[in-house]
Design a protein around this ligand. Structure first.
Ligand SMILES: Cc1cc2nc3c(=O)[nH]c(=O)nc-3n(C[C@H](O)[C@H](O)[C@H](O)COP(=O)(O)O)c2cc1C
Length: 578
């Protein structure tokens, strides 16, 4: 076998070499950044690999995109009489690829296109005239080219490439892996003999393309590793021959590492023409770079039960949509319904989308989430038509901002668990796991105002609206203990450290209201303006119990001060003290 290596060129070119019996690689090469998507940002160039198997029958695998059409066909025709070509196998389809396909199909009317069923459906929609030339295959299907080249197909659907198809040739033990096991790097070296040097590019490629779909990649690996391949022939970068086991192991490890991140974000989207998908991938990068697991959900492919499961398990969710005919696609509307009925209000949310002129889908998503009181982790991203390098960067930064906010809120919400069982009675620890809304009760005695921090509040009646509030004797809350006493319950907002002014030490030393913006309620007590909401209350009943009191108070009036926040919660180590 001659693994011919051609002279380097700084211009785009096509490198051709034999990589196995009857098998050529045609590598369309560019040393420049091919596209502005994040996956190309390391600027090492890339190769678009195509393969030609010439046995009794002839198959071309994955012709490149339109930036190479001309130079690729020039090279191809030096090694193949197009009139003898039988099949073109496609690992996936995208609009960019169709330019080369159109030329090939026009020149070779006998050629059949072989692809997965989703790819076939997509092609038939856009090119109905090709219908009779498209042959869709499934995992158990094979194609006999003669001379031992008995090709088998393996469908490998992922959120990003729902139509993914790998091809295995037992004659050469080459597995054509399309988007798996690639790297964006352009060199003369065809194989991976110096594979350690490729580590950074391989990992970056995985992070950009596969980390947000780690679960589906694992399923694909299960299908591919049983084949016993000796080489991987990917769509980009060197052919994998020397590091096949190591690279497969790395993929497993990277998937595991991704899935075991402490924080996880569900990234839901639909995209008819690919623009919203590009935004989703850029946001995913921002999250992944900040050690957050991303579950990419292409809403067109995932059933509602799976969306519900992922939404329940995630720490935050981000949803993106194109606008088509003034609406969000049905699948996005379904996903939104699931989110609104499933996701806890404490989950951080985000909205993005590509639109043309009116962008109703993005407005719908944002307004529904705001109305439902979700906190948004970044300013809603609206991109007209195709993203630009700037908007891609903006998406990455938004992903980063989202990850950081998520980490902060997780810290706030996570109770400190350091106490050992020898120090605190287990029962007290268990009682301490009851949590409540963090509030400041304000009372008034002539010109003196007082504030008491509490989280022992619960709604008790609907009609009249009434609450029960527990106070301990040491809280010295005499001004609110008797029927007819008035107070204001200020419900605090998560993320604002208002409580520090009302800790025991602060109250003893200072006037807690000196550093806070307040206003006077109609019952004379103070409203803390930084609170999320306040209730003006009148005590009706009091019950002395244990070392405290239980008060039932009727809510006279109240108001939400900030529409877009969530209530701060109080977590305690132990139920033995406040
Ligand atoms: C059939 C069709 C209908 C569209 N209707 C709207 C519309 O009502 N309002 C709008 O802002 N953009 C509209 N657009 C523009 C798309 O939102 C825009 O092309 C967007 O980039 C598509 O995103 P996608 O690539 O993620 O599918 C329409 C586009 C098409 C092809």
């Amino acid at each position: 076998m001659s693994a011919a290596t051609l002279t380097p060129s700084r211009k785009k070119d096509v490198q051709v070499a034999e990589i196995g019996k009857n098998t050529l690689i045609l590598r369309s090469r560019t040393w420049e950044r091919l596209k502005f998507e994040v996956e190309y940002s390391r600027q090492q160039g890339t190769t678009a690999n195509s393969y030609l198997i010439q046995a009794d029958k002839k198959v071309l695998i994955d012709p490149p995109g339109e930036s190479f059409t001309e130079i690729y066909l020039q090279q191809l025709t030096q090694h193949l009489d197009i009139n003898t070509l039988d099949y073109i196998v496609l690992g996936h389809v995208n609009p960019n690829r169709t330019a080369t396909l159109k030329v090939l199909l026009a020149q070779a009317p006998q050629v059949k296109l072989v692809c997965s069923r989703p790819a076939a459906n997509a092609l038939k929609t856009v090119f109905p005239e090709w219908e009779s030339r498209i042959q869709s295959v499934r995992s158990e299907n094979t194609l006999d080219l003669g001379q031992g080249h008995y090709l088998s197909f393996i469908t490998v659907p992922t959120p990003r490439w729902a139509d993914g198809l790998c091809t295995y040739d037992p004659a050469t033990k080459i597995l054509y892996t399309d988007k798996f096991f690639g790297a964006h790097i352009c060199e003369d070296t065809l194989f991976d003999e110096d594979w350690k040097r490729l580590g950074v590019e391989r990992r970056y490629y995985f992070d950009c393309l596969h980390a947000p779909q780690a679960k589906q990649v694992e399923v694909a690996l299960d299908k591919l590793t049983v084949l016993g391949a000796k080489s991987y022939a990917p769509a980009h970068g060197p052919v994998v021959r020397y590091s096949l086991s190591r690279f497969t192991y790395d993929y497993r490890q990277w998937c595991q590492a991704q899935k075991s991140q402490e924080l996880s974000v569900a990234l839901l989207y639909a995209s008819a023409y690919g623009n919203t998908a590009i935004l989703a991938n850029a946001i995913a990068q921002g999250l992944i770079q900040n050690a957050v697991n991303v579950e990419l959900i292409n809403c067109e492919l995932v059933d509602p039960a799976e969306i519900t499961r992922i939404i329940e398990a995630c720490d935050g969710f981000i949803i993106g949509s194109p606008t088509l005919g003034g609406h969000a696609p049905t699948q996005i509307q379904t996903a939104l319904g699931i989110v609104l009925s499933t996701a806890a209000k404490t989950k951080l949310a985000g909205v993005f989308g590509s639109y043309g002129w009116s962008g109703e889908a993005i407005d719908l998503l944002e307004s529904k989430l705001r109305d439902a009181n979700y906190r948004l982790g970044f300013e809603t991203i609206r991109v007209r038509f195709s993203p630009t390098p700037e908007t891609i960067k903006q998406c990455e930064l938004s992903g980063t901002a989202f990850a950081q906010t998520l980490k902060k809120s997780k810290k706030l919400r996570t109770p400190r668990q350091a106490v050992t069982e020898t120090h605190v009675d287990r029962t007290e620890q268990a009682v301490g796991r009851i949590i409540g809304s963090l509030c400041v009760v304000t009372t008034r005695d002539r010109e003196t105002h007082k504030g008491i921090l509490t989280s022992w509040v619960s709604q008790a009646t609907f009609n009249p609206p009434g609450i029960v509030i527990a106070i301990t004797k040491e809280q010295n809350a005499d001004l609110m203990r008797h029927p007819g006493d008035k107070f204001v319950l200020n419900i605090l907002k998560e993320g604002r450290n208002v409580r520090r002014y009302f800790s025991r030490q602060s109250v003893l030393d200072d006037n807690p209201f000196a550093n806070l913006s307040t206003q006077t309620a109609s019952n004379g007590c103070l409203i803390v303006n930084e609170a999320l909401a306040y209730l003006e209350c009148t005590v009706q009943n009091q019950l002395e119990c244990g070392d405290g009191y239980l008060l039932y108070a009727v809510v006279d009036t109240g108001e939400v001060l900030e529409n877009h926040g969530v209530t701060a919660l109080e977590h305690r180590k132990s139920g033995s003290h406040y």
